[in-house]
Design a protein around this ligand. Sequence first.
Ligand code: DGL
Length: 264
Amino acid sequence: MNASAPILLFDSGVGGLTVLAELRKMLPQAPVIYAADTAGLPYGSKTEAEIAARVAGLLGVLSERYKPRLACIACNTASTIALGMVRDVLNIPIVGTVPAIKPAAALTKTGVIGLLGTEATIRQVYVDRLEAEFAADKRLVRHGAPELVAAAEAKLRGDAFDRGAITGAVEALKAKAGDGAIDTVVLACTHFPLLTDELRAAFGAGIRFVDGAAGIARRITALTEGHAFDRTSADRFVFTGDRAPSKTLVEVLASYGLPTITPV
Ligand code: DGL
């Protein structure tokens, strides 16, 4: 194994940075390529076929080009739809991101768990299976919140974003719960922890958020145990499409250790 072979993190946009932040804590020496399919963003409003084709195709191209030792699909939407297919076509370990229903079920006291994800994620059989396996004795209230993806992207670009949309999504989730008191919310989209402060303000005190980022970083660490890492060249952020990151986003990416920015 070449010590400078990177770990590839993949998302439709900036959501995977929440996974990268955890990975940096555990594997600070690991070289990383972060790929954002910004031309395909948002995934959450696309069909299963569109997402599967895009993700499998792009990951194929990226692994040819950058020869990663492992790829992480740092996106719940892409993982719940395309993880199996990507594992079938690539011959490197693939780590997926799936809604953190298991830890949420262990934490809830009221037995009512909220799940915020993209519209595509919340309708997946994968989520039905997680619910049946880990939360059969709980109530899982799902809500698709594409406006949170847009808000997280805008926040990191330095653009104004609609805080009313965040409150609206939270109110819609609570309305679905009816009389049930949600005490734990699964952030089932990697973009959403970027809005933790705004979500906390919208929910009010006493809500616990759960996401999968630390668990994914632990899984990557376990799968690369014993590997040599040589992070001597600058880590890179690559993107699809024509829209280069704004000045503010360039600064944000540098703060995550991604100073080099190029098209895929
Ligand atoms: N970050 C992605 C996820 O975890 C999806 C955002 C989108 O492209 O809709 O689901």
